[in-house]
Design a protein around this ligand. Sequence first.
Ligand code: HSE
Length: 430
Amino acid sequence: MTDERPLKVALLGCGVVGSQVARLMTTHAADLAARVGAPVELAGIAVRRPGRLREGVLSELITTDAHGLAGRPDIDVVVEVIGGIEPARSLISTAFENGASVVTANKALLAQDGPTLYAAADKYDADLYFEAAVAGAIPLLRPLRESLAGDTVNRVLGIVNGTTNFILDRMESSGAGYSEALEEAGALGYAEADPTADVEGFDAAAKAAILAGIAFHTRVRLDDVHREGITEVTASDIASARRMGCTVKLLAICERAADGRSVTARVHPAMIPLTHPLASVREAYNAVFIEADSAGSLMFYGQGAGGVPTASAILGDLVAACRNKVSGARGPGESAYTMLPVSPMGDVVTRYHISLDVADKPGVLSQVAAVFADHGVSIDTVRQQGKDGEASLVVVTHRAPDAALTATVETLRGLDTVRGVASIMRVEGE
Ligand code: HSE
């Protein structure tokens, strides 16, 4: 053991993740002290419902006065696992004003207001760590911020939401439709009672904003991220993907433009080849594929949610913040020096898979092909299957600006011979 004074930790929130942080801090106390160089003591836990039974958590540590706890002068590190914007934002401000370092899992707050949090950490000479905010247990932000600090990251392609990966994986393996797979995800505890944040892509978009900012040393906010969820994905999209040797994943994609002068960040379902490493990420697992100039391709894989895995990431940050307190050092602050602007979705260059229901008569194929040509979109493959005077036409394009692809689809919708656009999906990862 060490002679250093104990470092005092305030835990704000004691739900699925917080209760595991409290448990691990107690059961691993000796190892944490040895690794930090001083005992790490849980000094208080702020909760909203004090009467709730929390197994293994000392009841004398519980308080409902979160502001009082975050502002206590003896607190060295505040761990915020409440989530959401308020009261988390003001509690974190109180912690910094009090000179405490902050460890948080709050992706929504970081994606909305990251620069303000970094500025407060700087002003009060404190640390801000948030490994648990993106992809739960997976060490991702520290490798990006520290291990790749000497490299140039060009692309981040990730499955960063376990709920939607579980649903798409079930649709793929059982042929189920979206609603059926969502129901199964709810029954197994993967989807929340209100799954909107996951299935509409808000959760993944917040993570994409955080990843893009760190990867490209710039600022990307949630509003900068183009977002489409998985609610429109059909069993027939998944079957079409399979015919092309692809699978469908909800991807968070952050890219540096080819000229290096801007970045883009987007979340949407996409077809990826079965040969891509992300295609093998099943069930509720997360994985992030990073392409860097010198390192080449890297993949980070693991559990992106759950109390114990997320608590692992928080404890790692807690050890880092405590070590800095002992040595008088500071962890990395914001690195946004490139200030690269975020381009709109229309500027993204990608490929489309478009499935059309058309009349099966002479000239239809050339009429459809002319629409692609008029918008400067080059066709890669066309597959047609006719039946009783109607046909299904599947067109896969070469890479083109998303705005040109969107305009192509709009024009196709207006043709008399096009009965309907059955599905449109981007093709990525090639
Ligand atoms: N709800 C998220 C998921 C985990 O399904 O991956 C927390 O970000």
